[in-house]
Design a protein around this ligand. Sequence first.
Ligand SMILES: C[S@@+](CC[C@H](N)C(=O)[O-])C[C@H]1O[C@@H](n2cnc3c(N)ncnc32)[C@H](O)[C@@H]1O
Length: 163
Amino acid sequence: MSRLDSFIRRMTAQRECLNAAAPQIAEMPGVILELGLGNGRTYDHMRGLFPERDIYVFERKVAAHPDCIPDDDHLFTGEVLDNLPVAAARLGRTAALVHSDIGSGRPETDVILFGQLVPLLNSMVVPGGLVLSDQKLPADDWQALPLPDGVAAERYFMYRVGA
Ligand SMILES: C[S@@+](CC[C@H](N)C(=O)[O-])C[C@H]1O[C@@H](n2cnc3c(N)ncnc32)[C@H](O)[C@@H]1O
């Protein structure tokens, strides 16, 4: 598979998983957390999917398309592990959906990051809420959900958070 093919499959997986999440949380009130703004592509897609919801974005260093940068009230700039406790204190356990796209591709780094991320998300995601991730997350008590048609196993990850 060429790098172009791989990129297209990753973007397609993101879009299909986000699209699949939308009806699953339709009846569930709550905010949305976007971990990793990047270019703002998935943030922009979620704005379209969830026009009525607050979307809070966590980004180490903002460098997105100018049209895809949230206002200051919805942006936590800096390390996600530092900012999630700040957000939890402000927002409480109110997130119906989290989209995490912050994998570094370095397993030794990610294992530490995700090991700390999961308990923080447990404090913010409502029971039954969804977590979508570009990487497998170490959350044994979350239910791994089936991926949408056309998304290969382990290309993306969808979880339902327990009580
Ligand atoms: C792959 S990009 C996200 C792309 C985005 N989903 C899009 O559609 O444009 C990952 C982003 O996460 C940010 N990031 C990675 N690790 C982070 C961390 N520990 N804390 C905060 N931001 C982080 C990076 O700065 C980068 O902008």
